[in-house]
Design a protein around this ligand. Structure first.
Ligand code: MN
Length: 728
């Protein structure tokens, strides 16, 4: 029997009891298919190539994965390395297995490059995001493990490259999925090629100690076993040397020599029940001297990757410290194979809904992870499950991370604004697509550019999802269309300013202009106009700032000042402090709120210096204001005013509610308002024809926000079609 047949027999043997006859038959089919596909191919170590996928299948069988994973692992290099197409696999082995093979093949195409940490993290995330089925990751890990085991035949440079990639991508993946058995071996194998000297140093030291330590460990094992047998606790006890990489890390990161590493040796006790775990812990502490502060209860508080065990470090007779891990068999399988262990378990016990249950379990795991801040990684696994991020490639193989729903435009601008601005089209995996195409995980995206382009179109602002793309597009309009933007922007701002009673002449004042520019971070007024023109700054926002600046400077029109000064001998009002309105530079002015629009704190407001009755405050969008401003002779009487920080008291507001006329409407409105603890001052119903009613409600409110909340609530009443503020 040659090696490949031997490997097949092992696979069959390992799965004999758990796979159905049909599944075992599929394994034999997969064997024939793989042998034929890889016929004539050799590995560097001299084996027939097919021995590799068969060994991977053996690793997965040890993990007790399901038949589909095992079959897929046997076929995992067929698509990549041979002419056999995915379609043939789909035909012969079904959609699911073909999907797994495809997933593994795609992961294999993720280019690895030793880049900065951010790229590595993206790469790890991408692995998960791409492997829609987590079994793809299991296969990929087993694949990598076997490749590393047989890496000795490769040239040294290749060895180091693979080892580094394993250390940075695969081992962290295995760790975070809780698959310790694979993680530990991957780390030890990688270390061997990354730091052969350090690795040998440790293995040699351990070898030198081995006779002595074996004797000691055997004695410890016997001592524990005897006591457990005595009190009738069934157990399995293993002793081992901790794995090389963890010793290495302790020595090098904490600058210790090997004899200073506490837990060089470990004893593992596996028992039937959780209660037994705690009992054994008591016995261990009774038999050996515990080192204070080394007891960890991962049973009551599992690690983020679901690992559970009791840990303690004790000192044996000869003064040799060793770690003891105590766990149940369930915990043991989870510790060895993490998510994978659970996979198998779920498959066995559940029927049709097994996939849902598995996913539910993974989700639960993710939620557990969420509560701990330690595992950045699981956030990314979560990202995959909730899919709020996508990972795509540049043609050069860099991973680009975008929010879900991102389009070609977002991708282009994430590369460089010059790429976005010159874009004329794009290819996804070699196919031409529209610019609003939403990119998907793993796609390779190529942006087609030209040097003679007219730049982005304004529609792109609606297609782009990321702020980065949007702001770069705006940036372009800002630069390329400066003159046009200045004209547009100035027009928009002046219209807006007029609403606040500020004339363009007022901001022409050098001192104020300087303040405004400083406040809004622009160098010149044309820059400010241009920003409004291309949409970088809204005219409304600019006008509000300018209004504040104008009032702060007390630059009221001369006419307004003269009138206000005259009002000094008007009766000083007691309500002044609580009116909440500030006219900068002028104190003690009688303020009254116009009944036509009844402004509320939070509204944009403007003041009108009346002839002898103080200043009346209107909303800037009040119909009366708009009309009155047209009168040239009064234009000097409009002055900018502001709401102060402290506003006390209640304001009257008036609402018009349009509704379908029905019995009980009035009562419903009253109930809603009562529930919100709103005081009603008056409520009138006017019948309008066509079965429509308009209610006029005057009520007490504190500010605009409060009023809006009230309006929103009123909108929920059955039949109500409109609620708006209106004049009293
Ligand atoms: Mn492979």
């Amino acid at each position: 029997m040659d090696k490949k047949e031997h490997l097949l027999n092992q696979i069959i043997e390992k799965n004999q009891d758990s796979f159905s006859e049909k599944e075992l038959e599929q394994i034999r089919l997969a064997y024939d298919f793989a042998v034929k596909s890889h016929d004539g191919q050799m590995r560097k170590d001299g084996d027939e190539f097919v021995c590799h996928p068969l060994s991977v299948a053996n690793i997965l069988s040890d993990m007790e994965l399901d038949a589909q994973s095992v079959v897929a692992s046997m076929l995992h290099d067929c698509v990549e390395d041979t002419a056999a197409t995915l379609n043939v696999i789909k035909e012969k082995f079904g959609k699911e297995i073909a999907g797994l093979v495809d997933g593994v093949t795609k992961l294999g195409r993720i280019p690895y490059s030793n880049k900065e940490e951010q790229q590595m993290e993206n790469l790890r995330k991408m692995f998960l995001a791409m492997a829609k089925d987590i079994r793809v990751i299991f296969i990929k890990l087993a694949d990598r493990l076997h490749n590393l085991r047989t890496i000795a035949a490769l040239p040294e440079e290749k060895q180091r490259e693979k080892a580094l990639e394993t250390m940075e991508v695969y081992a962290p993946l295995a760790h975070r999925l809780g698959i310790y058995k694979i993680k530990l071996e991957l780390e030890d194998l990688s270390l061997k090629y990354l730091d052969p000297v350090g690795y040998n140093d440790i293995t040699e030291s351990l070898k030198a100690k081995s006779t002595e330590s074996n004797l000691l460990l055997d004695a410890v094992k016997t001592k524990i076993r005897d006591r457990l047998v005595e009190i009738g606790i069934e157990s399995r006890i293993d002793t081992r040397v901790k794995h090389i990489y963890s010793i290495y890390m302790k020595m090098y990161s904490q600058n210790k020599i090997i004899d200073e590493v506490y837990d060089l040796y470990a004893v593992r006790v596996i028992v039937e029940t959780v209660i037994d775990c705690y009992n054994v812990m008591g016995i261990i502490h009774d038999l050996f001297k515990p080192i204070p502060g080394r007891f960890k209860d991962y049973i009551s508080t599992p690690k983020p990757n679901m690992y559970q065990s009791l840990h303690t470090t004790v000192i044996g007779r000869e003064g040799m410290p060793f770690e003891v891990q105590i766990r149940t068999w369930d915990m043991h399988y989870t510790a060895e194979y993490g998510i994978a262990a659970h996979w198998k378990y779920k498959t066995k016990t559940s029927g049709k809904n097994s996939m849902d249950e598995r996913l539910a379990w993974v989700r639960q795991l993710l939620e557990n992870q969420q509560e701990t801040d330690s595992q950045e990684f699981f956030k990314s696994l979560k990202v995959d499950m909730l899919s709020d991020e996508v990972f795509v490639f540049t043609p050069k193989g860099d991973v680009v991370n975008l929010p879900a729903g991102a389009t070609i435009i977002d991708f282009a601008y994430s590369i460089h604004s010059a790429v976005g601005n010159r874009m004329v089209g794009a290819k996804v995996d070699g196919r031409i697509v529209q610019l609003d195409y939403e990119v998907k995980n793993g796609e390779i995206i190529e942006i087609l550019t030209t040097s003679s382009t007219k730049g982005p179109s304004r529609d792109w602002l609606n297609i782009a999802k990321t702020n980065e793309a949007k702001s770069k597009i705006r940036q372009w309009f800002k630069k390329e269309r400066y003159e046009e933007n200045v004209v547009e922007g100035q027009k928009a701002l002046e219209t807006e300013l007029k609403k606040h009673g500020i004339s363009p002449a007022q901001i022409g004042d050098n001192e104020i202009a300087e303040q405004i520019l400083k406040r809004l971070h622009f160098k010149t007024m044309p820059d400010l106009y241009s920003a409004i023109g291309y949409g970088g700054l809204s005219a409304q926002r600019a006008a509000n700032r300018i209004k504040e600046e104008v009032s702060r400077n007390g630059k009221l029109s001369k006419e307004a000042l003269r009138i206000l000064e005259k009002m000094d001998d008007l009766p000083k009002t007691k309500q002044m402090p609580s009116s909440g309105v500030i006219i900068e530079g002028v104190d003690n002015v009688l303020i009254k709120f116009a009944r036509c629009c009844s402004p509320l704190p939070g509204d944009d407001i403007i003041g009108f210096v009346t002839r002898g009755y103080g200043v009346s405050i209107h909303k800037t969008d009040c119909v009366n204001v708009v009309n009155a401003m047209k009168k040239q002779e009064d234009s000097e009487r409009w002055i900018p005013v502001l709401w102060g920080d402290e506003i006390l008291g209640k304001f009257s507001g008036s609402l018009c509610i349009t509704s379908e006329d029905r019995v009980g409407l009035l009562a419903d409105v009253a109930t809603v308002l009562a529930n919100m603890k709103v005081t009603i001052r008056s409520i009138n119903a006017n019948d309008i024809k066509d079965g429509t009613a308009v209610l006029n409600v005057v009520l007490e409110t504190t500010d605009r926000e409060n009023m809006e909340a009230i309006m929103k609530k009123l909108m929920t009443i059955r039949g109500v079609s409109e609620v708006r503020r209106c004049s009293m």
